[in-house]
Design a protein around this ligand. Structure first.
Ligand code: NAD
Length: 409
């Protein structure tokens, strides 16, 4: 075995869909999490420090607006997504689900959510009887996505789920099956597919603005606070975060490699790094680097880390030019430059429209049946590829994939 704190072999087993459980069975320190039947459970946390709530509740929307229950009132929900509902004409916040009564009260009051539409995690299944709720938006730690999605479908609601869709392909399949059984829609909240620079980058690559793609390089790098402990930071707890940076941040680089090349990889090699004696990385990887080879011959090198100075880039080099995206996939501050025959800087408007346009797509899918740009099948595809990355790192060999990204048995 490899001698690291977390079993990489476990990822390979999961990659082969042999286990219908998450990494909750990995060693999780003491009372870090309440566990039920080997799976992590949702629990309340205090309000993040840096939240600004609306001073007046948003005004009511048109009559066919989709009512969302926000599940998990953490940093991303409170600071990014909830304020953007006001920019999506057909989406509104109808209910809240949180384990912290103080947060439920303060956030509920600020957003004008009625007191009887504020639920604790224990009361979650009661949403079935709440006709104000059409859809559930799951913004919980990643290891909780699958269970809450299945429960939401069982309650007859549509599901918008944050990335990564789940920690295992088995859980992704469970979510998709539950959605089909309930005849409800499932979308993965890959906001970048609604961001103007990334949309234009996809179009440029499709029309061969830099010729044939030869190389893609992505870096999604950040540094975890050295004082972090799993009990306070779910991102370094494998039952909630899987292997760590790849599922959380590297997934953007993986996605970019796919939507920029327009291909699925046929082979993957990878390396993981987990330093000894660093409590932050006792159970998750510090860094993951992988190389994907595509049928066209294009090669993508993806780097992601929780222990590096920050970077968020996607560079594509073709046989006649290059596309440089820096920052590539953030909330804002995107910059994009085309080199070669069509050399120019591309400024394509406000990246922050991505949040509301994502909501528009899901609400239109629910009301009018339009196609979802980022469906559950895309989330499953990406989780399968991440499993293949871990399998490649574990074996030290190239993993060859089927055209839909599976590891052949
Ligand atoms: P966060 O820690 O700020 O918030 C997590 C929320 O879940 C908190 O309200 C917390 O109370 C609640 N929670 C319930 N059970 C918990 C448990 N057992 N342990 C810890 N917290 C628990 O995290 P976040 O940054 O808001 O991330 C939430 C989800 O959103 C994740 O799936 C993450 O991948 C995703 N996310 C997406 C983006 C994006 O750009 N699309 C950005 C950040 C986060």
């Amino acid at each position: 075995m490899d001698g690291i704190g977390m079993s990489r072999r476990r990822f390979i087993e999961l990659g082969r869909d042999t286990a219908a459980v998450t990494l909750a069975t990995a060693a999780v320190p003491g009372a870090a999490l309440a566990q039920t039947g080997g799976r992590p459970v949702a629990r309340g946390r205090p309000m993040p420090d840096d939240v600004s709530l609306p001073s007046t509740p948003p005004r009511s929307k048109r009559s066919d607006s989709v009512g969302y229950a926000i599940v998990g009132l953490g940093d991303y929900a409170l600071n990014q997504m909830m304020p953007r509902f006001s920019q999506s004409p057909r989406s509104h916040i109808a209910a809240l689900v949180s384990g912290n009564p103080d947060k439920l009260r303060r956030v509920g009051d600020a957003y004008g959510v009625p007191a009887d539409a504020r639920y604790s995690y224990e009361q979650f299944d009661r949403i079935a009887a709440d006709r104000r709720i059409d859809a559930v938006y799951i913004v919980l730690p990643s290891g909780l996505h699958a269970d809450y999605a299945v429960r939401a479908f069982t309650a007859g609601k549509h599901v918008l789920c944050e990335k990564p869709m789940a920690l295992t392909s088995a859980d992704c399949k469970r979510m998709i099956a539950a959605g089909r059984r309930a005849n409800r829609r499932l979308m993965i909240a890959y906001r970048v597919h609604f961001e103007p620079h990334n949309i234009e980058a996809m179009a440029l690559m499709q029309r061969r603005a830099i010729g044939k793609i030869r190389f893609v390089r992505t870096e999604q790098l950040s540094r975890t606070d050295p004082s972090s402990r799993p009990v306070e930071n779910w991102r370094i707890d494998p039952s909630l975060a899987g292997g760590g940076p790849l599922e959380d941040y590297g997934i953007y680089g993986l996605q970019a490699a796919l939507y920029l090349t327009g291909e699925m990889p046929e082979s993957i090699t990878a390396t993981t790094f987990q330093p000894a004696n660093d409590p932050r990385f006792a159970q998750v990887f510090a860094s993951v680097a992988s190389q994907l080879t595509f049928p066209s011959g294009a090669i993508a090198q993806l780097m992601t880390s929780y222990d590096s100075s920050g970077s968020n880039i996607a560079h594509v080099r073709g046989d006649t030019g290059a596309l440089i995206m820096d920052a590539a996939t953030g909330y804002q501050g995107h910059k994009m430059r085309l080199e070669g025959r069509e050399r120019r800087d591309l400024s394509l408007g406000d990246p922050t429209v991505q949040f509301a346009r994502q909501l528009d797509n899901f609400s239109d899918a629910i009301r009018d049946g339009v196609a979802i740009r980022t469906p559950g099948e895309m989330g499953l595809r990406d989780v399968r590829l991440m499993e293949a990355i871990y399998a490649a790192a574990e074996t030290g060999r190239a993993i060859r994939l089927t055209p839909d990204g599976r590891i052949p048995r």
